[in-house]
Design a protein around this ligand. Structure first.
Ligand SMILES: [Zn+2]
Length: 249
């Protein structure tokens, strides 16, 4: 079996995404992590934005067109985008303006955290950063790439923020994720077609959802190349503005 078939490359397009949202709406109520009824057939739909805010905005638009809201967890320590860069700040604001919620995607590796005291301290610090930049309340967080320590963090909240990996969610809500550009458990399409789970926690990473079917590596490679190209053009345009030559060998 080739990889395109084995890993369902054609599942991960924007048109397929639109169909998934439409199907989910038929059987579930879209709720947020801090506002759901335990007896409802709710769906908690979240995005961990690891690579691309542009891709995040694309999903935000599709969801908005379908009249649903999700939570975008943004990563201050991303190696692939910079929240303080004008273009990225504006994209986050656009996602907020579409009615979605912003959560903190927290990288414990950055600080080498291995105890709750440090976890609370740095969560609070990063929550404040996001609240300052975007003038919003941050109520929820998700861990970026878990560690043996963060795997044990199952309390409902830390630093006053709801933990998406709290034991309540792990024990009571069926989970589906597209980590690394493939379905980790069931295909989402099948899970929604069955609609047998009373409630769902869906994690989709925006970078995996593109116009046409591509391999996961192609998507990352393209994302990195586009950013590099943008930086080159930015430098050249700045020199033109300054009427200064671009000196090369
Ligand atoms: Zn992540």
């Amino acid at each position: 079996m080739d990889n395109a078939t084995r890993y369902h490359f054609s599942d991960f397009t924007l048109s397929e995404y639109d169909l998934l949202i439409k199907k989910a709406k038929e059987d579930y109520i879209f709720r947020s992590f801090h506002d759901f009824g335990k007896d409802e057939r709710f769906i908690l739909w979240r995005h961990d934005v690891d690579f691309s805010m542009h891709a995040a905005r694309n999903l935000a638009q599709i969801e908005h067109q379908n009249g649903v809201k999700s939570t975008f967890f943004i990563l201050p320590h991303s190696e692939y985008y910079n929240l303080f860069e004008k273009e990225i700040t504006d994209l986050v604001k656009e996602i907020i303006a579409l009615g979605h919620e912003i959560g903190l995607h927290f990288d414990s590796h950055y600080y080498g955290i291995n105890n709750e005291k440090d976890l609370n301290k740095y969560l609070l610090q990063e929550k404040r950063w996001l609240e300052e930049i975007f003038k919003i309340d941050i109520k929820v967080f998700s861990f970026h790439v878990t560690t043996p320590f963060t795997m044990t963090c199952e309390a409902w909240t830390y630093a006053g923020l709801i933990n998406t990996y709290a034991s309540y969610f792990k024990e009571n809500v069926e989970y589906c994720s597209d980590s690394h550009g493939r379905w980790r458990f069931k295909r989402l399409k099948e899970l929604l077609a069955e609609a047998s789970a009373p409630c769902l926690h869906i994690l989709t990473h925006p970078e995996w959802w593109q116009q046409e079917p591509m391999s996961p590596w192609q998507k990352i490679d393209r994302c990195v190349s586009l950013r590099a190209e943008k930086n080159r053009e930015f430098y050249k345009a700045a020199l033109v503005k300054l009427n200064t030559p671009n000196i090369d060998w």
